[in-house]
Design a protein around this ligand. Structure first.
Ligand SMILES: [Fe+2]
Length: 374
């Protein structure tokens, strides 16, 4: 059986002010956010407890951040409102549960995830799609990798898209987050769990993101921040659509292989995915070129206006020239000898994702891809 569901109510709003009024933020809310967003757009709001994420560490979300926030929460709350990027959202999702800690036990299913209060998510980057999924990903410091908790209890009740909140986004963050969304769209399209419904979300999201990139390319590097602003509504919407697609069909090998690099070398999630993307897709083409990937490549060729054989080359050319330069794995400073540990870690820790791979992956295949990307 394959199913498809979209749980949160999705709203698109013009301004932070409209959001504050519509959702009547109050002293009964636990707000998890970043100081940059809060101070610029919400300073006047009289909220209950405001947790500023960077007090608890930099970079991507960790088990240690969740434990420290849980220890800091002073008062009971009737709703969780997450306003932020991937770190804020992945952490905030857990605080709508009855019991959050020890967070290792929550992720190991020692106790169940049971929803206690409603959750509202407002993304301030355009890539994770986390506002519409039931997944939270944390880095577990002592285990040296990331794990995901996928449970319907952590779905948002409302996802609110406000392009205004992304206007100050540094171009580099726009780049890594939107590349993540692009990869959600193509990985979910190829997943064995995809349905005709999820595929339509995947393809539309890929088209919207690649079209935005083409418009940014046309504007030229000197005007790309302005061009980015003009594309925010489209890319934010596409990111949610890609989130709906991968929330149903899953992500696959690209995500699985990116986790050891992201966790051990502190590479932003979207960038780590981009480092793996064409290596994995080239391997897919080597092993199963005539399957569904042939249909995807035709779609991509149509969007990119290039020959079907050249789609991955063209994506790299577009991204490297105007969005984000791809790096080889050696440029991240890891020794070649570590690739074997990476491959072992993927097989050991990422079976949830490998189950959605276009083709079954062995440790040897994964190691070969890493070596080619080194
Ligand atoms: Fe992702």
């Amino acid at each position: 059986m394959k199913t498809f569901q979209v749980v949160p109510k999705i709203s698109i709003m013009d301004s932070a002010e409209e959001f504050v009024q519509t959702f009547r933020l109050s002293e009964e809310d636990l707000i998890i956010t970043s100081s940059s967003t809060w101070n610029v757009y919400f300073k006047e709001v009289k909220a209950g407890q405001v947790i500023l994420i960077r007090k608890y560490g930099s970079g991507e979300p960790t088990d240690e951040m969740v434990e420290a926030i849980a220890a800091d929460i002073q008062k009971p709350y009737k709703r969780v409102v997450a306003i932020g990027g991937g770190t804020v959202i992945d952490v905030a999702k857990l605080f709508c549960l009855e019991k959050v800690t020890p967070v290792t036990d929550l992720f190991d299913h020692v106790f169940p995830a049971v929803k206690k209060v409603p959750l509202v998510i407002v993304p301030t980057t355009c890539g994770t799609g986390s506002e519409v999924t039931n997944i939270s990903i944390l880095e577990f410091k002592k285990r040296h990798t990331k794990f995901g908790l996928a449970d319907d209890a952590i779905y948002a009740d409302d996802a609110v898209l406000i392009p205004q909140l992304l206007e100050g986004l540094p171009f580099a963050v726009f780049a890594t987050s939107s590349i993540d969304a692009l990869i959600h769209s193509v990985e979910s399209y190829l997943s064995p769990k995809a349905t005709a419904i999820s595929e339509s979300f995947s393809l539309r999201a890929a088209r919207m993101i690649l079209t935005a990139y083409k418009n940014i390319e046309k504007a030229g590097v000197s005007r790309r921040t302005e061009a980015m602003k003009a594309e925010l509504k489209n890319v934010l919407t596409a990111s949610a659509m890609a989130g709906i697609a991968f929330g149903n069909a899953g992500c696959g090998t690209v995500h699985a292989m990116s986790y050891p690099l992201g966790a051990n070398y502190h590479v932003p999630h979207g960038e780590a995915n981009y480092a793996m993307f064409t290596g994995v897709f080239d391997a897919y083409m080597e092993y199963e070129p005539a399957g569904k990937i042939a249909v995807l490549n035709k779609e991509l060729a149509d969007i990119l206006e290039c020959p079907v054989e050249a789609v991955y080359e063209k994506i790299e050319e577009l991204l490297n020239g105007s969005i984000l330069q791809k790096k080889s794995l050696s440029e991240y400073g890891l020794p070649k000898t570590e690739l074997k540990e990476f491959a072992e870690s993927v097989i050991h820790n990422q079976q949830r994702l490998l189950g959605n791979s276009y083709i079954p992956m062995t440790e040897e295949m994964i190691l070969t891809i890493y070596e080619k990307l080194f």
